[in-house]
Design a protein around this ligand. Structure first.
Ligand code: NZQ
Ligand code: ZN
Length: 380
């Protein structure tokens, strides 16, 4: 196990009716910028609960943070927040609203264009952020990451700032989610665990077992959720699993991968494909191409998550990869680029971008432009 320093400063507030905790979380007298997406919170009663619980605060609403939040939109929120002199941001929605709000909290204290901060990759100079999550998927509610897009240039980059001070997770807020968003959320959570787990073997028993516990939970609940998406206990397990999948708890002292995500971000930037959907396509391709590099861990995963106990190492690894692709397929997601009409032109463009940026991802830092193209061809 490698050395590490762990600190996660988000207060997690979880359960039925917990939006009522809001007034205890935001200090009295704060001028709050409340950020939203496109309006789902008006249909499921979350908006009304938020407004009821924010009586007594001076609030400014900002609407319209879109899926894959865009700098073009966030600049407007930052300008509004500066005009109103806000000193707290409350994000209400999915990962996109929360991610966008992370950039807003930094942009409010920055004189220049907030895109500078995205290009730099981080800014810890922020005003405080609280969140109310309505979509289990990204883990943004309990981490310090965000992913920001620029539509003008079809770019999408990670940006790091501070952890939310608190996040309220009330599973009943998920009951209005469309099936596709649930599937993408399940796939995203699954791949977050895989990015931190499917690397080298024997680094940490405890990280392995935690990761396998989260993966097994997703495998168990996914088909049940597809049948019964308004089941509180199932959605509660899903919500907590999604949070635990990307809040640094399973990456202590271990090497991580993230190649699938970085390739997936390019597919979103170029074609607008939903994040979880990109991962369901790219992860099986990554595993097929890097099967030898990841073989030992694939066999461990196959046995502990999928119960694969027969066959030689190579056969077991192949079956584990097939089971993974089947899992995504059974969620109703596409698992091939051809299913989403993406072909060679895009592969060449992603290869070109990775080469131009001189990047290489994965636990061995070997997923450069050439290998990314090979992975994408294995997804056709
Ligand atoms: O905009 P509204 O009207 O609210 O509708 C949203 C949106 O259309 C809808 N939705 C959310 N909660 C709902 C609901 N509809 C009905 N009922 C509810 N309870 O769902 C749609 C998608 O929302 P979005 O926030 O875009 O989804 P998600 O949470 O999957 O976030 C995706 C973004 O997060 C980034 C992705 O790249 C993408 O930009 N990620 C952020 C990460 C992080 N911060 O750590 C890590 C992830 O790997 C990921 O990259
Ligand atoms: Zn993700």
């Amino acid at each position: 196990m490698d050395n590490f320093i762990f600190q996660n400063t988000t207060r997690l507030i979880f359960g039925k009716g917990m939006i009522a905790e809001l007034p205890k979380q935001i200090p009295a007298g704060k001028r709050v910028l409340v950020t939203f997406g496109g309006g789902s919170v008006k249909k499921n009663g979350v908006y009304d609960q938020v407004i009821t619980n924010l009586k007594g605060y001076e609030i400014t609403e900002f609407w319209g943070i879109e899926p894959n939040p865009a700098i073009e939109t966030l600049r407007k929120a930052i300008a509004l927040g500066k005009e109103k002199n806000v000193d707290y941001v409350l994000a209400v929605g999915g990962g996109s609203v929360i991610d966008g709000s992370k950039l807003i909290t930094a942009g409010l204290l920055y004189e220049g264009d907030a895109w500078d901060l995205v290009k730099k990759g981080y800014s810890a100079n922020t005003i405080p952020l609280g969140t109310i999550l309505t979509l289990p998927a990204t883990g943004s509610e309990m981490n310090n990451g965000a992913v920001i897009s620029r539509y003008e240039t079809q770019e999408k980059y990670a940006f790091f700032s501070n952890f939310p001070q608190f996040s309220i997770l009330a599973p009943e807020t998920t009951f209005t989610l469309p099936d596709f968003q649930i599937s993408c959320g399940l796939a995203d959570s699954f791949v977050h665990v895989m990015e931190q787990y499917m690397t080298f073997p024997a680094q940490s028993r405890v990280m392995d077992r935690w990761a396998e516990g989260l993966l097994s939970t997703l495998v168990e609940i996914a088909p049940k959720i597809k049948e019964d998406k308004k089941n509180y206990d199932l959605m509660a397990d899903f919500m907590l699993t999604a949070t635990m999948a990307l809040n640094d708890f399973i990456s202590m002292g271990v090497t991580t991968d993230w190649a699938t995500h970085m390739i997936g971000h390019e597919l979103t930037a170029l074609h607008g494909i939903t994040h979880g959907q990109t991962l369901a396509i790219v992860l099986p391709g990554t595993l097929r191409v890097l099967k030898d590099q990841k073989k030992e861990k694939l066999v461990q995963y196959g046995e502990r998550v999928w119960g694969i106990t027969i066959g030689n190492m190579s056969e077991r690894a192949d079956l584990a990869i097939r089971k993974t692709e089947d899992f995504f397929h059974n969620l109703g997601l596409a698992t091939r680029l051809s299913d989403v009409n993406v072909g060679e032109d895009t592969i060449k463009e992603i290869e070109r971008r990775f080469n131009e940026r001189k990047v290489a991802y994965g636990e061995k830092n070997n997923v450069n432009g050439t290998l990314a193209a090979e992975i994408l061809r294995a997804c056709l």
